[in-house]
Design a protein around this ligand. Sequence first.
Ligand SMILES: *[C@@H]1O[C@H](CO)[C@@H](O)[C@H](O)[C@H]1NC(C)=O
Ligand SMILES: *[C@@H]1O[C@H](CO)[C@@H](O)[C@H](O)[C@H]1NC(C)=O
Ligand SMILES: *[C@@H]1O[C@H](CO)[C@@H](O)[C@H](O)[C@H]1NC(C)=O
Ligand SMILES: *[C@@H]1O[C@H](CO)[C@@H](O)[C@H](O)[C@H]1NC(C)=O
Ligand SMILES: *[C@@H]1O[C@H](CO)[C@@H](O)[C@H](O)[C@H]1NC(C)=O
Ligand SMILES: *[C@@H]1O[C@H](CO)[C@@H](O)[C@H](O)[C@H]1NC(C)=O
Ligand SMILES: *[C@@H]1O[C@H](CO)[C@@H](O)[C@H](O)[C@H]1NC(C)=O
Ligand SMILES: *[C@@H]1O[C@H](CO)[C@@H](O)[C@H](O)[C@H]1NC(C)=O
Length: 405
Amino acid sequence: MQGELEQRPLQSATKSFYSHLQINHFLYLLLFVIGLSLGVIASLCFQSFPFISSRDSLYSFSPSQEPETSSSSSSSSSSWSSTDLARTNGTKHSNDTNVSLKEQNVLIMHDMNDEELLRRASMVPRVQDQHVRPKVAFMFLTKGPLPLAPLWEKFFQGHEGFYSIYVHSHPSFNDTMPESSVFYGRRIPSQPVYWGSITMIDAERRLLANALLDLSNQRFVLLSESCIPLFNFTAIYSYLINSNLSFLGSFDDPRSPGRGRYNPQMQPHIKLSDWRKGAQWFELHRDLAVRVLSDRKFYPLFRDLCRPACYSDEHYLPTLVNILYGESNANRSVTWVDWSRGGPHPGRFGWGDVTDEFLNRIRFGSKCLYNGNETSMCFLFARKFLPNALEPLLRVSPVLLGFDP
Ligand SMILES: *[C@@H]1O[C@H](CO)[C@@H](O)[C@H](O)[C@H]1NC(C)=O
Ligand SMILES: *[C@@H]1O[C@H](CO)[C@@H](O)[C@H](O)[C@H]1NC(C)=O
Ligand SMILES: *[C@@H]1O[C@H](CO)[C@@H](O)[C@H](O)[C@H]1NC(C)=O
Ligand SMILES: *[C@@H]1O[C@H](CO)[C@@H](O)[C@H](O)[C@H]1NC(C)=O
Ligand SMILES: *[C@@H]1O[C@H](CO)[C@@H](O)[C@H](O)[C@H]1NC(C)=O
Ligand SMILES: *[C@@H]1O[C@H](CO)[C@@H](O)[C@H](O)[C@H]1NC(C)=O
Ligand SMILES: *[C@@H]1O[C@H](CO)[C@@H](O)[C@H](O)[C@H]1NC(C)=O
Ligand SMILES: *[C@@H]1O[C@H](CO)[C@@H](O)[C@H](O)[C@H]1NC(C)=O
């Protein structure tokens, strides 16, 4: 319908065009429009390119490490900030999301733009409705495919009604999930993510906002395509639901890759003693997730003042939560990653690495507090697992992880 309505004025405009101008002019115009479109498409492709590069350098503990991507945050590619929202009354940047996703005909959960989404999500209730069965929202922040999806399918199998899934991939990625998959139709409207820039935080907020709209979601876990579950669904679900704290890594790193990234211009709102660091793979309770989403004060400070070698995804949430809601955080992540090899990249694990001993060491090899009691079950998820780890993981999972065979 909409298409027809739009075409009619166009046709009459074209007629008068012909009558008033020579046909050549029209052709030139047409060529110009085609050229312009090609230019726009090409620049979009070019912009998206850094997305492909590895982000491991962001987790570098070495001060000399620079990200491979030039920070695109300087070009203000961030399409989403609550202060922009407040300033523009929700009229800015409103078309990007729609266009890229519609062009590709990918199945997307809804067509709200970022502002609508954020506005609605920040109004949702924070408290748990006692009559609704609480769900855990699994939010996958990915570049493209989910190579370990078959493992996750087994993980979720038989637990419908206890979880929700949200996937934020690059907008140009073609969805190929079959209809039978738990990931089918779970993509949310997305924007390109440039590693190291505030667009990473935007993507996380986009995922949170989408997940918050489902009032039965009570726990929110951020995962990547290289993450695996370390326990069966029941164990992870009850661990998260029964915890009285959120699990967001947060610590004060006195070295240059920690405090060294602090920008004194953030004063007086953020003091050096407030500054925290932590990996981005968080687990938040609903209450904290809504509070994070309604932050209008700290987000712009990070957007404008935390540029590489400062990485918002390592500092924004840990610092925000430390300042405002520190007591609600366990200050540790439930997502395991291996820094023991040293150097700028965390360990990656492939086909030959996956053994019972290895997985059990991750599952029970640490000590931490859970609801005030010491436990050896500190990690529920682990990264970074390569696509070729899938086969051995599927082999050990029925016995080790207790997935339904
Ligand atoms: C936003 O809307 C309010 C009321 O609708 C108006 O008073 C204000 O001038 C608007 N601000 C901008 C920046 O458009
Ligand atoms: C979005 O699209 C509508 C209709 O296509 C247009 O009127 C509006 O100006 C566009 N807004 C922006 C910010 O590009
Ligand atoms: C996005 O698309 C929907 C449906 O196609 C449309 O109603 C809405 O106005 C669009 N939003 C923008 C900002 O163009
Ligand atoms: C992505 O989608 C486009 C348009 O539907 C199609 O032409 C292209 O072949 C697809 N690419 C892949 C890798 O599937
Ligand atoms: C986590 O750190 C905050 C300070 O940011 C502190 O108030 C809180 O007690 C810590 N949580 C735990 C479980 O130690
Ligand atoms: C969480 O539970 C532990 C043990 O019951 C208690 O010591 C702690 O104060 C609780 N934390 C919060 C934020 O309720
Ligand atoms: C902590 O441990 C004590 C004794 O081992 C137990 O009684 C209590 O229920 C535990 N608390 C939690 C929250 O698991
Ligand atoms: C799930 O894991 C828990 C704890 O590891 C275990 O007690 C339980 O038996 C497992 N469930 C299944 C169905 O294997």
